[in-house]
Design a protein around this ligand. Structure first.
Ligand code: SF4
Length: 375
């Protein structure tokens, strides 16, 4: 297929693997964090890790929007359906993510809540238009990639005068999460030698927002595409930076990303959203200025204000290592529940549910035995 096959060419993959093997210094390790779940899946699906020399290891990052949504926000959404009888709309990946007490949106739906799976924000607008008697809440999640469509939906709802649509906003920001991971590197956190930066997020925000990573933490960044050759070429670019002592932001994914990002998308986001002072991330805890909320001009569309609920403190399922996995501290096979109690049919944590989750990637492309600690 044109524009796909070129980035999966076996001959080129062998050449890149040979170049990396020739250039790595056998006397040191290369720990490269791929921020995105999309990269994690490319690495597993195409066996990229197996093509690397033994001293180059990919470390999985927190770039899976479903995985980083804390239980409390799911509990809040479920409580809105129960206490206010709202119609809750969200993307399919979220439906089976465990909330407190092994509850899920799917189970809430089975128990009578009006929970609907949508494919785009346009579906939410259609439901609100065609069912004016229902209060429709869009459970919005995602990094900078999915934020502009939510902004468009909000502006469209305002323009159409839709009074029965509101947004439960959980959009999060990539740079603060990177900062949190790097700030805890060392004895308490993961030690990293380089970062494979996000593809889709960077089409929106550009390469400039990552400048603090080499400047403040001395760690090089390469913005990497999602195809296997993209990942391999990006790894080679990082190896070359590390070997020569360079430390900067490079852009492997130049066919889609530039320095400044998508000006129109950024303008829409700035018009509708404000930065929250603090927001909880699963695995990373509360991070300052790491998420968005609706600005005052759109407060009437904010589901948190329209449908307030009280929720109890939430607790991760005992034994689930999602928090450590999202910080790059553990691999899924180090979780005792992996492949035994926890499978895609019976997920215990978000990392096994989401199509971008590390546990789902290990399970789908597994070459290991459950709880072997190896893959
Ligand atoms: S295997 Fe399941 S229980 Fe273990 S960390 Fe992954 S999602 Fe959590």
């Amino acid at each position: 297929m044109k524009y796909v096959d070129e980035f999966r060419d076996q001959q080129l993959a062998r050449q890149l693997a040979a170049a990396i093997a020739a250039e790595v210094d056998p006397g040191r390790d290369y720990r490269l964090m791929e921020f995105c779940g999309g990269h994690t899946h490319a690495i597993f699906r195409y066996g990229v890790q197996q093509l690397m020399p033994p001293n180059l290891r990919f470390v999985h990052g927190p770039g899976c929007p479903v995985c980083v949504l804390p239980m409390a926000r799911l509990d809040q959404a479920i409580a809105m359906t129960r206490e206010h009888g709202v119609t809750l709309c969200t993307y399919g990946d979220l439906m089976r993510v465990p909330a407190s007490g092994r509850q899920t949106l799917l189970k809430a739906k089975a128990a009578g809540a009006d929970v609907r799976m949508i494919y785009s924000t346009q579906d939410v607008l259609r439901i609100a238009r065609t069912e004016p008697e229902r209060q429709v809440v869009f459970l919005a999640i995602g990094f900078e990639t999915t934020t502009p469509p939510t902004a468009v939906a909000i502006l469209q709802a305002r323009a159409e005068g839709l009074k029965n649509l509101s947004i439960l906003c959980n959009h999060v920001l990539t740079p603060p999460a990177l900062r949190a991971i790097l700030a805890t590197a060392g004895p308490e956190g993961v030690q990293l030698d380089g970062i494979l930066g996000p593809s889709h997020v960077s089409t929106v925000i550009g390469t400039q927002p990552y400048a603090f990573v080499p400047r403040e933490f001395g760690v090089p960044v390469v913005i990497a595409g999602f195809e296997p050759l993209d990942v391999m070429q990006s790894a080679l670019m990082l190896v070359r930076q590390i070997n020569t002592g360079r430390c900067e932001v490079e852009n492997q994914y130049s066919r889609a990303v530039d320095e400044h990002g998508n000006a129109r998308a950024l303008e829409l986001m700035a018009r509708v959203f404000v930065t929250r002072p603090s927001f909880e991330w699963r695995g990373l805890g509360f991070l300052p200025e790491s998420a968005l909320a609706l600005g005052e001009d759109y407060a009437d569309l904010d589901a948190e204000r329209r449908f307030p609920v009280r929720i109890e403190a939430s607790h991760e399922i005992k034994g689930c290592e999602c928090p450590a996995i999202l910080r790059g501290l553990k691999e899924p096979t180090e979780c005792k529940l992996f492949g035994t109690v926890c499978t895609p049919d019976n997920p215990m944590g978000a990392c096994m549910v989401s199509s971008e989750g590390a546990c789902a990637a290990y399970w789908s492309h597994r070459t290991h035995t459950p709880h072997s600690g190896r893959h």
